[in-house]
Design a protein around this ligand. Structure first.
Ligand SMILES: Cc1cc2nc3c(=O)[nH]c(=O)nc-3n(C[C@H](O)[C@H](O)[C@H](O)COP(=O)(O)O)c2cc1C
Length: 201
């Protein structure tokens, strides 16, 4: 079991080049059903998902392009970005917007964001184990409240990621990760004050 999970975690790569082959909707729904077992505080299950496929991709393209026009003042750059996004979304079979409601409590927002990230990573790992590739993106337009309303969310909803999904055409080589020893602090001695207290007795 450990080896299977380890292999999935270590071998998964972010995929940026996809085959245009269709991905059945039921496969994505099945993966989402399993990804929902992510840990989440008070069982709020904060994740919400909007899925775009087929002709529905046009709705996403329209809203992203409108956000680009609002935020990119250089007209030439804007046209290039619009064409790039049109091609990108059309060429990839499935797109997910994964978002959460924004709680008024900072603690709940923190927990819900963390849980939604865990949900996304579950989704990425399960997709990988089924031979599907995913790129998790956080493009500028997800921070545009007018974009969020344009796709039917509340202006203050939090988009945690755009996930683009398909059959991997290119699997990139992994970039080296530094040893966890660089990020690990081990505390295994009694507190200083207690030590002093016990030695004086
Ligand atoms: C929160 C988050 C946001 C990301 N945003 C982007 C993005 O906007 N564009 C992109 O190309 N990749 C994005 N990525 C993918 C990372 O670049 C990728 O995970 C990283 O290069 C490591 O590669 P690996 O996933 O193959 O290990 C994002 C990943 C995470 C976790």
């Amino acid at each position: 079991m450990y080896e299977m999970i380890q292999d999935t975690i270590v071998s998964r790569r972010t995929i940026r080049k996809f085959y245009p082959d269709d991905v059945p909707l039921h496969t994505i729904v099945e993966i989402l059903e399993d990804a929902k077992w992510a840990p989440n505080h008070k069982f709020r299950e904060p994740w919400e998902v909007v899925l775009y496929k087929g002709d529905g991709k046009g709705q996403l393209i329209d809203q992203v392009q409108e956000s680009i026009v609002r935020n990119e003042l250089d007209e030439e750059k804007s046209e290039k970005k619009k064409e790039k996004i049109n091609q990108f979304i059309n060429e990839i079979p499935i797109h997910l917007v994964v978002y959460m409601k924004s709680s008024e409590s900072a603690k709940e927002r923190h927990e819900d964001f963390a849980a939604t990230c865990a949900f996304i990573q579950n989704f990425q790992l399960l997709s990988w184990s089924k031979g599907l590739g995913v790129v998790w993106k956080t493009n500028g337009f997800i921070f545009d409240p007018v974009f969020r309303e344009g796709i039917g969310l509340e202006a203050d909803d939090v988009i945690v990621g755009m996930l683009h999904i398909g059959k991997p055409a290119v699997i990139p080589n992994p970039k080296e990760r530094k040893s966890i020893k660089n990020s690990l602090t081990i505390c295994d001695t009694a507190p200083q004050s207690k030590k002093e207290h016990s030695s004086s007795m």
